[in-house]
Structures are given as structure tokens and as C-alpha cells.
Design a protein around this ligand. Structure first.
Ligand code: NDP
Length: 453
């Protein structure tokens, strides 16, 4: 008989166990893929208006159960409750968006000689969705929405550290009336369950969000079956502040662009590039703003930053800070994987500026002029997100066009909206999530020619 393995889920703010779950392995993965495969034939035939109606019901159920989902996410990830509520709100918006997208994603007719040429958007089949621990339910919805809207069935693998919101979401999927087998959730380690999904011959596509390192493994594994992949990977984004910017606004916003979610955010603007002529003034404002970030108990309404995900991750984050930083904030002592907001002065060659810290550590880097800012911002293997702060509109657009990155904000640090495409360039991955663009990654174009002459 196979030994029963379990997954102990811990609250990172208290280090207390909050769940003990059965761990899936290869056998359970194969069974989930078989269930999804079985469900595919009927799901793809569901009339578009009915499929839209089911997704709309799911969105409504997420809204109705929003407080419970937010508490689950806050406890499991250590997220401040106010932020977790916002994230769950976005999940509902994402399902509403894709409910509306079902019947707006269609083919075309192409003028040809001797007949009619038409294209169809076909679902792929069973898709494997592999998501990380930093925004578990949010990132799951970004993949589930378009996958289901296109008529695919799915096997979703949350990170082992944070499986609880995905399990609750799977219950809501059934409550919404989406048939059994269309959405399957597996709790198990990436190197076993994730890898099996990647290699499984009956899985048509992998939608992956995670580190660049594991993304590389996914791409290699997918080659065996010529599987489609969408990769949303790491980042080292630049927040570029020109001297002609509204410095007060830019400095007030900058801490939240890197310390939000305790810096465990692929979009974190963890390189703050500041024009030298405004450097001293901006750094003074930045330190003041960072001092104001409220770090502490995630259950408190006013808390803005919670702990890191694990003790091991805290060690990794700490390894990026040598000597005395420019600024180090306060964090609770006691139990929990706490790490304070930290600002360090750096050059773009330093390790803290080259590697993804994935914690509340920002590198502040001066630049000489526009050309220097573009050079430094692009001098990274990553290209996910970023911001440009300037009152000069032409410069804003010039720099936006020159930066090698998938998502940018001007005089703002926001990166994601349900209706706009999100994704990376360079080693931050490829493919787009959210908006109508995501539907491209969960469907195939079929071309049909009908001879009429
Ligand atoms: P990992 O890459 O370690 O894990 C991501 C997911 O992949 C987890 O579910 C993990 O499972 C699974 N996994 C691990 N090994 C394999 C494997 N060999 N085959 C298949 N699946 C595997 O990332 P983290 O969870 O540590 O998340 C942090 C990373 O995610 C950061 O680098 C961050 O930048 C990136 N990220 C990117 C985003 C984007 O949109 N670009 C958004 C959010 C995060 P398990 O953990 O259970 O073993």
C-alpha cells in the first residue's frame, strides 16, 4: 500500500499550522487529467451563452463569498486583509470579464478564389495551470477565466505552500453549476505533480506562473509533446523617476510599488532609478514615505505589509543586504516570518539590482540623463513591468517605447487590470494574460475552406 503523504499548511504570520491535506502524486495527477479529458467533449459543446452564464454565476459566488476567500488568502499567504479583499474583488471581475468575452472571441472570413475561407477558434483540450504562492487565487483566475471561456477543461496546481483558496474556489465552481471534471485541483509538489502535467501526453497546454528557473524546466519538459506554454516569470522592474516629475507623488507611491505583498510580487519596482539632479531630494522623500508603511498583523484593517512566506525565504531575502542599508524599517519580533522594509543604495551591477529579491528590499540607483536611464533600466535579463515618472509627455512616451518590458505605467505604478494584457518580454516569459489577448493562449485557429465554384 502507498504511504499517505500530507501537506502541512502554515500561517506565515504566526507559524501555526492551519491545514493538513492529502498530497497528490503521479497517480492522482493522471486521474485528474483523465477526468478533465472525459469532461472536455461535453464542455466544449456548451452553448456560448450558457458557458457565459456559468462563468457569470461563478463571479457572483466569488463576490458573495468574498470575505471568506479573503480571510483564507490572508491566513495562508500572510497578506494584509484589506489587500486580500481587493485581490478577491479582482477575481470576481476577471470571471465577469471572461463571461462577457465568451461570445466575442470569434473567427473571420478571408477573401479567396473559388470559395469561402473561414477561421474558427477551437479550444485546446485539457490545460494544466501551475500557479505560485504570492497571489494564489488571483493568478489562478487569470488562467481559469480565459481557459474556461474558450471551452477547455483544466487541472489547476496551486503552490503547495498556498493551496487553500484554490480548493475553496473549486467548490464554488461546482456550486455555480460548472460540471464535474471541468475544473480539477491537485495539491502536490511541483517537481512531481507539476512535472507530470508538463509531460503528460493528454495535456495540451501549460499556463505557468513562477520563477524563471522553473519556467525553463517547464519549457524543456513541454518540448517532449510539443505542448503549448505560456510563461509568466520573474522580474526586476525599474521605477524611473526624472527630475521633472512630481517628486512628492512619485516618492509617496514608490514604497507600495515594491513593498506591497512584502515585495513578493513579480511586478515589484525593486530598482528605483532617480535622476541625479533630484536624487538627494527624492531619497529624503522616499525614506519618509517608507517609514510610513504599516507592517504588522495581517488581520488588522490598517496593516499594509505582512510577513514573508517562509523562514527559508526570509533567509534568501536577508542575504541581499550587506552592511548598513540606507533605511531599515520596523517589523514585529516574535513568531512569523517578518522582514522590514529596506532601502539600499546600489549600482546596477550589484547583486541586489541584478537578481529578483522577492522581498521588501529596494535598490536605489542614480542616473545621469534620459539615455542613461534607458540603458540602466534595460540592463537586466528580465522585462516584466515598470514605471516612468515625468511631467514631460513626449519624454514619457519616448522612454516607454524604449524600455524592453511587457507592462508599463506612466505617473502610476499599477500593472494589472482584468481588461488589459499582462505579461513579460525577455526572460520574464511570453504569452499574455488578462484582457482579450489571453484568449489567444487558450485557443487554436482552425482554417476551413469551402469550395463554391
Ligand atoms: P516556483 O517557480 O518555485 O513555483 C511556481 C509553481 O511551479 C509552484 O506551483 C510550484 O510548485 C511549481 N513547480 C515547481 N517545480 C516545478 C517543476 N519542476 N515542474 C512544474 N511545476 C513546478 O515559483 P514560486 O512559487 O517560488 O513563486 C515565485 C516566483 O514566481 C517569482 O520568481 C516570481 O517573479 C514569479 N511570479 C511571476 C509572476 C508573473 O506573472 N510573471 C506573478 C507572480 C510570481 P510547488 O511550489 O508546490 O512545489
Amino acid at each position: 500500500m502507498r504511504q499517505r503523504n500530507t501537506v502541512l499548511v502554515v500561517n506565515p504570520a504566526t507559524e501555526e499550522p492551519i491545514a493538513d491535506l492529502e498530497q497528490a502524486g503521479v497517480e492522482e495527477t493522471d486521474a485528474a487529467v483523465a477526468r478533465a479529458r472525459e469532461a472536455f467533449a461535453a464542455w466544449r459543446r456548451v452553448a456560448p451563452t450558457d458557458r457565459a452564464q456559468l462563468l457569470r454565476r461563478l463571479a457572483t459566488l466569488v463576490e458573495e463569498n468574498g470575505e471568506e476567500l479573503a480571510r483564507i488568502e490572508s491566513q495562508n499567504v500572510g497578506k494584509p486583509i484589506a489587500g486580500a479583499r481587493g485581490e478577491v474583488g479582482m477575481v470576481a471581475q476577471v470571471f465577469h470579464f471572461y463571461a462577457g468575452a465568451v461570445d466575442k472571441h470569434y473567427g473571420e472570413t478571408i477573401p479567396v478564389a473559388g470559395g469561402v475561407d473561414m477561421t474558427f477558434r477551437e479550444p485546446l483540450g485539457v490545460v494544466g495551470l501551475i500557479v505560485p504562492w504570492n497571489f494564489p487565487i488571483n493568478i489562478a483566475s487569470w488562467k481559469l477565466g480565459p481557459a474556461l471561456a474558450c471551452g477547455n477543461t483544466v487541472v489547476l496546481k496551486p503552490a503547495e505552500l498556498t493551496p487553500l483558496s484554490a480548493l475553496r474556489l473549486a467548490e464554488l465552481v461546482l456550486d455555480a453549476g460548472i460540471p464535474e471534471g471541468v475544473v480539477n485541483v491537485l495539491v502536490g509538489p511541483g517537481r512531481i505533480v507539476g512535472q507530470r502535467l508538463v509531460e503528460h501526453p493528454d495535456v495540451a497546454k501549460i499556463g505557468f506562473t513562477g520563477s524563471t528557473e522553473v519556467g525553463r524546466t517547464v519549457m524543456q519538459g513541454a518540448a517532449g509533446t510539443i505542448k503549448r506554454v505560456t510563461l509568466e516569470l520573474g522580474g526586476k522592474s525599474a521605477n524611473v523617476v526624472f527630475a521633472d516629475a512630481d517628486l512628492e507623488r512619485a516618492a509617496a507611491a514608490a514604497p507600495y510599488a515594491v513593498f506591497d505583498n512584502a515585495g513578493q510580487d513579480c511586478c515589484a519596482r525593486s530598482r528605483i532609478l532617480v535622476e541625479r539632479s533630484a536624487y538627494d531630494r527624492f531619497v529624503g522623500l522616499l525614506v519618509d514615505a517608507t517609514r510610513g508603511v504599516k507592517v504588522g498583523d495581517p488581520t488588522e484593517e490598517a496593516t499594509e505589509m505582512g510577513p514573508l512566506i517562509s523562514a527559508q525565504h526570509r533567509e534568501t531575502v536577508a542575504s541581499f543586504v550587506d552592511g548598513e542599508p540606507l533605511f531599515r524599517g520596523d517589523a514585529p519580533n516574535g513568531r512569523g516570518f517578518w522582514y522590514p522594509c529596506t532601502l539600499v543604495e546600489a549600482t546596477n551591477e550589484d547583486r541586489v539590482a541584478r537578481e529578483e529579491v522577492f522581498g521588501p528590499v529596494a535598490a536605489v540607483i542614480p542616473f545621469a540623463d534620459e539615455a542613461d536611464a534607458i540603458r540602466i533600466a534595460n540592463d537586466t535579463p528580465y522585462g516584466l513591468s515598470g514605471s516612468i515618472w515625468t511631467e514631460n509627455g513626449a519624454r514619457a512616451l519616448r522612454v516607454a517605447r524604449a524600455l524592453e518590458t511587457g507592462v508599463l505605467s506612466i505617473n502610476s505604478n499599477s500593472s494589472v487590470r482584468p481588461s488589459t494584457p499582462f505579461g513579460g518580454s525577455k526572460q520574464s516569459g511570453f504569452g499574455r494574460e488578462l484582457g482579450m489577448h489571453a484568449l489567444e493562449g487558450y485557443s487554436e485557429v482552425k482554417n476551413v475552406y469551402l469550395a463554391t465554384d
